[in-house]
Design a protein around this ligand. Sequence first.
Ligand code: GLU
Length: 312
Amino acid sequence: MTRHRWLLLLGALFATVALTAAACGDDDKTATPTAAKTAAGGSSPSATVAPAPTFAADSTMVAIVKKGKLTVGVKFDQPGFGLLDPASNKPDGFDVQLGKEIGKALGLKENQVEFVEAVSKNRIPYLQEDKVDLVIATMTINDDRKTQIEFSHTYYVAGQSILVKKDNTTIKGIDDLNGKKVCSVQGSTSEKNIGAKAPKADLLSLDAYAACVNAMKDGRVEAVSTDDIILAGFAASDPSLKLVGGQFTKEAYGIGIKKGKTDMKQFVDSVFQKQFADGTWAAIYNKYLGKVEGLPKAADALVIVKADTTGG
Ligand code: GLU
């Protein structure tokens, strides 16, 4: 055997061992206390060890593990889902935590999960151009987007609403946006929905929601409209703002995956099924959304999420 072939063989052997070890590390929660288990609030360890997931050699998952890095597009300006901490220069939130959990399920270490900022209009191009492996960025699953990318199972169900200043008395619902200056974000369903439901609104389209909130504070617009849970994140950190108008759309969030990578979709869905069952999803919900007023308890929210079939 030539030296070259021997090295190839050794490499293949190492990759197999590494994958198996990684898979065991993920599944054998009785032997390896993981952050997921802690986050799940100490879910009861099962006595049986689940068999290690075996990924096909030519699968998307093996390619990511071999690359040694999972790249995830997240928001950097949305409290609760994806917000960059200027001190650590790292994002945190519901979406960011989901990315970490998927990395862990692949057998990667936390520092092997890389987060890059994806604004709404970049989410699909980033997947198509292989700039990211996953987009986890408050992204609504819909038929139009399904023609361009794959979506995971639904992991959160939001609804579009309106944010105004607390002293605003003229905007109480979607109809009141007609004739008013409203800000939303390019490439979002929110922007489209305003066009359809309040066609006479004077729409300012910016890159990101934090910029819209600033535009409202500066007096450039009277309202910001997007998903209620995003707006609630801004309202929670600024007592001069309030939500009005209830939910006037349904926005089921899914993880975006490049079109055709159905193996990755199945894998991500299997991670969700595990998270739904072992308490991890509920722990993430409580950690990031637990203080948001008016939200259902984690157990009730989970019933809605599990039953939602928007992602297929
Ligand atoms: N969920 C909506 C969307 O995917 C609005 C939120 C966002 O732009 O991130 O377009």
